[in-house]
Design a protein. Structure first.
Length: 395
């Protein structure tokens, strides 16, 4: 009886400002009945509130935080309610944040890719859109040493939900594909990166023994080994983002025909990439801007909270199955025909694989904004990115 009387007295006292604020923020995340239960428990002083957050920078997401409940006493029934509602609240809050973020996702995330590199906007956008592909989409960054190619890979390593970084020469005994050490198989980078990103730096140093395995992973999504008559298969469903230096270590000239002679790979490997970007050394004007940026101490690091948020957003988005609207087929056919007409100014031959690339890019753009269908804008952006990747600019 005394306990009930105490509870009645507690209910008469108003809640403090912080609790009222938490309840207000909570209202849109739970049902009316759940809100009433929480309000009742708060008035009885059986629960308190705190806020969880991604810890993102204001430039990425202004205020990605949500209220959470905390049991004020070891009451089993209250603890059960708190645990159940906290999960629901967090899920609903994150979904609400994702919805507010979706239309700016590509632009916002691209700013986190190698943020200290000036320019390279198309490269950064391509690496960002690749995060949202379900099907294999492979990108090659070809360029002079010291142009920041590795920084792009390192950024994606932190932003992707699952990514493995390594050297084309093989950072370990297992190399890119893997080896048998006695009876035990030691997986290489491609197997370890299954269902994620294989980030390969200096692919031009690729070992011959890894070449066939790389082809198979990029094309088929698995590696096979024959050992003492046994045929074994290992999944390697990867999206490859790789860098490479040209023959002679630096590109010479601006003519596409001349540049093609300096590519470090044969057509068989080049044809497996959907996007190939040529990256040149910074011009005098760009170098001056970089110098001023360093002197002004404007060098930025990727914040952990931003990386966590992007990983969570990509993980949520990549589960969406996107349908490609066949009404855009004539647009893509016309685009590929136009590219073929300008093939002499392209780094590689124009073939069917690039059609697949445009479709997968368009679907990735749709997925980045949490849509299950492609729009005309998705297709337009995909074609623009493809054009930026393949056509050599002489200026």
């Amino acid at each position: 009886m005394q306990k009930r009387a105490i509870d009645v007295v507690k209910l008469l006292f108003p809640l403090g400002r912080e609790k009222r604020k938490a309840l207000q923020d909570l209202r849109a995340l739970v049902t009316e009945r759940e809100y009433g239960d929480v309000q009742y428990l708060a008035r009885l002083r059986k629960i308190g509130f705190h806020y969880d957050r991604f810890g993102t920078s204001a430039a990425l997401v202004p205020d990605a935080s949500w209220p959470q409940l905390a049991a004020a006493a070891p009451d089993e029934d209250v603890v059960t309610v708190v645990e159940r509602l906290n999960k629901k609240i967090a899920d609903q809050a994150m979904l609400a944040t994702f919805e507010s973020f979706k239309l700016q996702s590509v632009e916002a995330i691209a700013k986190l890719v190698a943020p200290n590199l000036l320019g390279m906007d198309a490269v950064k956008e391509a690496a960002t859109v690749q995060l949202f592909t379900q099907e294999p989409l492979h990108i090659l960054l070809l360029g002079d040493p010291g142009t920041g190619k590795t920084e792009v890979l390192r950024s994606i390593e932190r932003l992707a939900p699952h990514a493995i970084f390594g050297l084309g020469s093989g950072a370990s005994k297992a190399g890119l594909t893997g080896i048998y050490d006695g009876k035990e198989f030691q997986p290489g980078l491609l197997v370890l990166a299954d269902e994620g990103f294989a980030l390969i730096d200096e692919l031009n140093l690729l070992k011959k023994e890894d070449q066939a395995g790389l082809y198979s992973a990029m094309e088929k999504g698995f590696l096979t080994y024959d050992k003492k008559g046994a045929h074994e298969k290992f999944d390697a469903r990867v999206r490859v983002l790789a860098t490479a230096n040209p023959k002679g270590d630096r590109f010479v000239g601006k003519d596409a025909k001349l540049l093609r002679t300096q590519l470090p790979f044969d057509p068989a490997l080049l044809s497996r990439f959907h996007l190939l970007f040529l990256i040149r050394r910074a011009s005098a004007r760009e170098l001056e801007s970089i110098t001023r940026k360093i002197v002004k101490d404007e060098v930025r690091d990727l914040e952990d909270g931003d990386a966590r948020f992007v990983k969570a957003y990509v993980s949520y988005a990549e589960r969406l199955n996107v349908a490609f609207d066949p009404k855009f087929e004539p647009v893509i056919v016309s685009f590929i025909d136009d590219l073929r007409a300008r093939e002499e100014s392209c780094l590689v031959e124009i073939g069917p694989r690039l059609v697949i690339g445009v479709i997968r890019l368009a679907k990735a753009y749709a997925r980045s904004r949490l849509s299950r269908t492609t729009s005309a804008d998705d297709v337009e952006r995909a074609m623009k990115l493809m054009n930026a990747a393949l056509v050599v600019k002489k200026a």
